[in-house]
Write a new protein. Structure first.
Length: 86
């Protein structure tokens, strides 16, 4: 695999940041909410899960890795399996 030493373009960085923020938004919704993930109505206690299944603390870091792996997979046409867990 040939090493790429070029900097990432501002456009690509913007897209990667948008991907990361969207992934974090979806993750928060999956961890904390039963309903109303797009906040089309004011948030109420009925929308929030009483018992959380998941841990927000690891989520942004995992999403960060997904964003960068997707970039590398596309750039180098790689076959990668990313496995995480306890």
């Amino acid at each position: 695999m040939k090493k790429n030493t070029k900097s990432l373009s501002p456009e690509l960085l913007h897209k990667m940041d948008a991907y990361w923020r969207a992934a974090n938004y979806l993750s928060v919704g999956q961890i904390y909410l039963y309903d109303n993930p797009l906040l089309k109505e004011p948030l109420t206690l009925a929308h929030i899960k009483p018992r959380l299944l998941g841990h927000w603390g690891t989520t942004p870091g995992l999403n960060f890795i997904y964003v960068h792996l997707n970039r590398i997979i596309k750039e180098y046409d790689l076959n990668i399996i990313y496995i995480t867990g306890p």
